[in-house]
Design a protein around this ligand. Structure first.
Ligand code: HEC
Ligand code: HEC
Ligand code: HEC
Ligand code: HEC
Length: 126
């Protein structure tokens, strides 16, 4: 019995340690992205991923809405194409709802946030 309890405690520690290690190894992606896969009429969008990850009240799921617990988030373009496909909205709709949607909501609430004007995100050519 004593041996069994010792084994159980050992197992619990091991599971705990593995959980801590995998939590530390979450793939956070690149610090910045240039979003330009559908660029046609508008300029590409510079996105500071790391800065957004650090925002108060923001979790990975705020943007990576389909990610499951413990899974590495996938890029938006893996599902959202330049054109709407079945029930999957276009990248333009997805990004405008997610990105501009949050900025607009915060702006309305009087908080400091990102751009809501077209050229704020689609920076003009220098
Ligand atoms: C908060 C950031 C943001 C704002 C504000 C924004 N967009 Fe976008 N928009 C994006 C992102 C990100 C994409 C996806 C870009 C890509 O994949 O090339 C996009 C895609 C597009 C596209 C499709 C791609 C292309 O180049 O044809 C169009 C058109 C577009 N936006 C127009 C607008 C217009 C017009 C406004 C202002 C009313 C606007 N956007 C405001 C972020 C923004
Ligand atoms: C404000 C929105 C936002 C938040 C919050 C966010 N991400 Fe992202 N993430 C993105 C966008 C946009 C991309 C790039 C999409 C593209 O270009 O395909 C991306 C890309 C990634 C990628 C690369 C995926 C690939 O297959 O290329 C990983 C990994 C990732 N994010 C992990 C995370 C993790 C982990 C968190 C939470 C700690 C997080 N992200 C929070 C928007 C966000
Ligand atoms: C695994 C596939 C998948 C990935 C990856 C994915 N999406 Fe989606 N997304 C969908 C589907 C499917 C829908 C349609 C509604 C639903 O099922 O939730 C959707 C809907 C949305 C909507 C709601 C649009 C509306 O009409 O209101 C937004 C916003 C959105 N996605 C943003 C993003 C962003 C930003 C990323 C990347 C950070 C992303 N999605 C990654 C599959 C995906
Ligand atoms: C949950 C709310 C939220 C979402 C979702 C979000 N943003 Fe932001 N964004 C912010 C806030 C808050 C700031 C201001 C950050 C600061 O200056 O400290 C910001 C700042 C920015 C800026 C200004 C430059 C910078 O990096 O500070 C750009 C450009 C931007 N966001 C683009 C995007 C794009 C593109 C997406 C979607 C892929 C996005 N944002 C999604 C809240 C959001």
């Amino acid at each position: 019995m004593r041996k069994f309890i010792a084994l159980m405690i050992g197992t619990i520690f091991l599971v705990g340690a593995v959980a801590v290690i995998s939590a530390a190894e979450v793939n956070k992606g690149a610090a910045t992205y240039t979003i330009d896969k559908c660029k046609k009429r508008k300029q590409s969008v510079e996105f500071n991923h790391a800065k957004h990850q650090g925002l108060e009240g923001v979790t990975c799921k705020t943007c990576h809405h389909k990610v499951k617990k413990g899974e590495t988030p996938r890029g938006c373009f893996q599902c959202h194409q330049c054109k709407k496909k079945g029930n999957i909205p276009s990248a333009r709709t997805a990004f405008h709802r997610n990105c501009r949607g949050c900025h607009a909501k915060m702006k309305k609430a009087g908080k400091a946030t990102g751009p809501t004007s077209c050229t704020g995100c689609h920076l003009k050519k220098k």
